[in-house]
Design a protein around this ligand. Structure first.
Ligand code: PMT
Length: 224
């Protein structure tokens, strides 16, 4: 492993998977994220020598061998609390999680029943943006965001990189073959001074390439 791609002695914090926003004791708002991309990145970071903390939403995946610590969470608020509790010791934060943008304004402790007044109207409120919050900290780790887009991928992704003040952003197109819940992915890696296409590959393979690129950018930043 070349000095630029090793992460020996580097603490990496990764969030992965979906979040579930409970509506009542039996229902929730969720999304299709499987956690595969984030867990593959965790495995690749371990292989690169990093000390890895993995914050996982509700997924059915085993912890990759060598991950130092896994924290399981359900909702966006729980994910935020777990990330903020771990971020102080982190050199690199990689936000692969598909965090729900909204949660219901009021959780119903009792199951919502069908009735003569028709379908319930759910009021939604915005969840905090965990990635933007970490990126706004001072001091902050090297911050890598993800973006899942259905259209204008590069355009939307670059806007996110700037708005959220990220060091790197990995954008993926969402369709039925790649990206969310699929076994393969393809990424457009974007940073303030450039971009690189990482072509379609199984997530484990793509994660190894991505981690090598993250390490190179991280070391270049540290040396600057
Ligand atoms: O889990 P898989 O099935 O393997 O799928 C992987 C993936 C497609 C989910 C992953 O590669 C990916 O793209 N993750 C980000 C998905 C996403 O929610 O993108 P976004 O454009 O909504 O969010 C942009 C960034 O902000 C992400 O890094 C996200 O983690 C972060 N975010 C978003 C909202 C929020 N409230 N808090 C956040 O931290």
């Amino acid at each position: 492993m070349s000095p630029e791609t090793t992460l020996a002695g580097v603490a990496v914090l990764i969030d992965a998977g979906p979040t579930y926003e409970d509506i009542d004791p039996v229902r929730f708002l969720g999304n299709r994220s499987s956690g595969k991309m984030g867990f593959a990145i965790a495995a690749a970071a371990v292989a690169a020598g990093a000390n890895v903390t993995l914050v996982a939403g509700p997924v059915a995946l085993a912890t990759p061998p060598g991950v130092a610590r896994r924290v399981d969470v359900r909702s966006a608020l729980e994910m935020r609390a777990a990330v903020l509790a771990a971020v102080n010791g982190a050199d690199i934060f990689i936000a692969t999680a598909a965090v729900a943008d909204w949660r219901v304004a009021e959780y119903s402790a009792r199951k919502i029943k069908k009735g003569p007044s028709g379908a319930p109207v759910l009021e939604l409120i915005e969840n905090p943006d965990i990635l933007a919050e970490v990126a706004a900290r001072e001091p902050r780790p090297f911050v890598v965001g993800f973006a899942a887009e259905t259209d204008h991928v590069a355009e939307h992704a670059r806007a996110k990189l700037v708005r959220k003040k990220l060091d790197l952003l990995a954008a993926n197109h969402v369709d039925e073959r790649v990206g969310i819940s699929a076994d393969d992915n393809a990424l457009e890696l974007i940073w303030p001074g450039g971009s690189e296409t990482l072509p379609r590959a199984p997530k484990a393979e793509l994660a190894r390439t991505l981690v090598a690129r993250i390490a190179a950018h991280y070391h270049a930043r540290a040396a600057a």
